[in-house]
Design a protein. Sequence first.
Length: 179
Amino acid sequence: VLSAQGIYAVDLDSSVVLYEKNPDLPLYPASTTKIVTALVAMKAYDLNQVLNTGKFSVVGQKMGLTWNEDIEFEDLLYGLLIHSGNDAAEVLAQNFQGGKEAFVSEMNSLARKLFATNTTFKNPSGLDEFGQVTTARDLVNISKTAMKDPEFSRVVSTKEILASSADGIRLGSISAKSE
């Protein structure tokens, strides 16, 4: 018995649909939002580019960032994708040219380019927000593209890594969150 409200299982090599249940039902994307957050950020920043956290306020899962901390993009990417850090998502969005609003707009543009036509983002972290939705079918389209990117694939295959701020202060171990 599968309790998920929406399912879309596809063999990626052949594109054969293996199973589907409400594949176009709009649902909150939660942390799967961070896939698109990462794709947008990977186009905007170099891996060794240093970003400043500025001041931010987030709830939920955090990688442990502090205000006005300098940190390399690669460490933020690990915190975003491995630990599902909402603080990393917010920092990446606020450092984007044009700020968070422009970042979220770029996320929505990318979703359209990836044929995720029933997806709308309102924030970069995936926290529930009215109007922020995706579908199981759209997530397959997004994920297929993401996994083709060697950098994305490398990062998400990491189980644990030590992160540091740009001045060498260790933030600690970033590992896959358990839920």
